[in-house]
Design a protein around this ligand. Sequence first.
Ligand SMILES: *Cc1c(COP(=O)(O)O)cnc(C)c1O
Length: 329
Amino acid sequence: MDALPSLHDVYRAHARIQAMAVCTPLVHSAPLADRNGARSVHLKLECLQNTGAFKVRGAANKILSLSAEEKKRGVITFSTGNHGKAVAYVAGQTGVRAIVCLSEHVASYRAEAIRRLGAEVSVKGKSQDEAEKNYHDLAGSEGLVPVVPFDDPMIIAGQGTLSLEILSKLPDTDVLLIQLSGGGLLAGIALAAKSIHPRIHIVGVSIERSPAMLESLKEGRPVQVEEKDSIADSLLGGIGFDNRYTLPLVEKYTDEHLLVSEEEIKDGMFYMFDQHRLIVEGAAAVGVGALLSRKIDVAGKRVVSLISGNNIHSGEYLDIVGGRLPSEG
Ligand SMILES: *Cc1c(COP(=O)(O)O)cnc(C)c1O
């Protein structure tokens, strides 16, 4: 499949991934709606998804649509964590061999989680780009089928199934707040949502530390940004120099872009714990962080903010949340 994915592909993905991905809750946040004068703010809780992030949707759609011969060869990927976990999970559930290539930069608890799901892990290189080179070498030498994290029509269509779940429950949604890194998530959600409901307002939320997609949109071609650490580590990394799908789709469907700081992300994480009793990773909290700092005017609007995952080291999490608790408890 080489054409851009369509709404039809998203419906097919929805049917295909039923056994791998759960339909996560869509809960109302009265405190966030009140603070922002919104008609409603709902949170789509992909932190409760299998493997702890939405990425299982795209990975399942891709792997389950491979031919019997491709499934026999096995799959390979590179990932900062959540995509690797998703590929390992789906491959493990379907009896397909999987190798996940990581850089030395990826936290060891993430590599361990991938191994526990039954995939082989290959750690090589100091950056995401070096891990990617290792992946190309291994894919060639071992004849494995590449499962890329975002720039693939089947991955994009899988992530787009989120829109079907959101709009079947809340068809009058005005604004969708979606995290933006490689853009598979936003491309899938936006293409499905706009096809169903053309007036919906799509907001991409990027991190100040790694706005690769924003810089690429400005230049009109994929550009590299300096790789810095972020509490939202799932949003780090570039969009790929040979980007074919997510850059044009994000350009076509995004109505507004927001950038959030590290402090705003931490505020969002604390708010999810304090008000909703939910543990979420940094990447998941960027939309809530943007709402808390009133980076976007949602007065009178029906808003949905995606909570994309919960994969964070317990110690790191406790430092962030514990540091914000009022001393009287
Ligand atoms: C991958 C990921 C994102 C961003 O998705 P892209 O398709 O790369 O834009 C957001 N949140 C979490 C938790 C992720 O794992």
